[in-house]
Write a protein that binds this ligand. Structure first.
Ligand code: IPE
Ligand code: IPE
Ligand code: MG
Length: 234
């Protein structure tokens, strides 16, 4: 059933963990741990509200520039969550996919990603995408290189590259376009998240720090979306 004015694909820039922690006099790492709770709440919200695709920005290409301690803690957190919760994701018929360049992640995390993705690969419920070591520019560039490769080996014709075929070389291939992009934490920017994919997305920015993002905040975003008139240039 297609619901009128309801977003099919929601993407979220989960920002504000560090400032949330600072405000409470806690460490940044604790802020990230509290952020994980908001991830669970959001996934639950998506399940209850029958959202088809939820794409979460967890770690950007540029986030490697943070302190080694923060980076390694985040990587440990990603691995722990995947290890601990893949069975639950599977139980709820969620299909998990990690977007971004996995080559730079350590091998145990890469392995866990393979296990979690293949465990849930046949599921046809909520599509949950988590962007780790993702950058919109890098993703477009990597797609472009794959296309060049195919053209040079004559598997593809330059004239056959259309918007749809180009999109199939991005890590978001097979996903519907993003209807609603939410950013928490108060900053009004994209920070190299989905670039191609948000060409006609509705953008929603909230000052709520990610660890405080709850069902009410999520509903607020969707209610805003429902009020928007989308023209797509028409
Ligand atoms: C977002 O929160 C989470 C990640 C980028 C991993 P931040 O860590 O950026 O939190 P702020 O922006 O410093 O508050
Ligand atoms: C964007 O947040 C990345 C994620 C939420 C994973 P950042 O905190 O890294 O963005 P900037 O540096 O403020 O633009
Ligand atoms: Mg931030």
């Amino acid at each position: 059933m297609k619901r009128k004015n309801y977003p099919l694909h929601i993407a979220i820039i989960m920002d504000g963990n560090g400032r949330w922690a600072k405000k409470k006099g806690k460490s940044r790492v604790l802020g990230h741990k509290e952020g994980v709770k908001a991830v669970y709440r959001s996934v639950k919200f998506a399940l209850i509200n029958n959202i088809k695709v939820l794409t979460l920005y967890a770690f950007s290409n540029e986030n490697w520039l943070r302190s080694p301690l923060e980076v390694s803690n985040l990587m440990i957190l990603f691995e722990e969550i995947l290890k601990k919760d893949s069975l639950i994701l599977n139980k709820y018929n969620i299909k998990l996919k990690i977007l971004g360049n996995k080559k730079k992640l350590n091998s145990t995390l890469q392995n866990q990603i393979k296990i979690s993705e293949s465990l849930t690969s046949e599921n046809n419920g909520l599509r949950l995408n988590i962007a780790i070591n993702y950058g919109g520019r890098q993703d477009i560039l990597s797609g472009l290189k794959k296309i060049m490769h195919q053209i040079l080996s004559r598997k593809l014709n330059l004239n056959d590259i259309k918007e749809d075929s180009f999109a199939s070389f991005l890590s978001t291939k097979n996903l519907p376009p993003v209807d609603l992009l939410i950013r928490t934490g108060g900053n009004i920017r994209i920070s190299n998240f989905l670039l191609w994919e948000i060409a006609y997305s509705e953008l929603y920015f909230t000052k709520v720090f990610w660890p405080d993002f709850d069902q009410v905040s999520f509903s607020d975003a969707i209610n805003q979306f429902k009020l928007r008139k989308r023209n797509f240039g028409k």
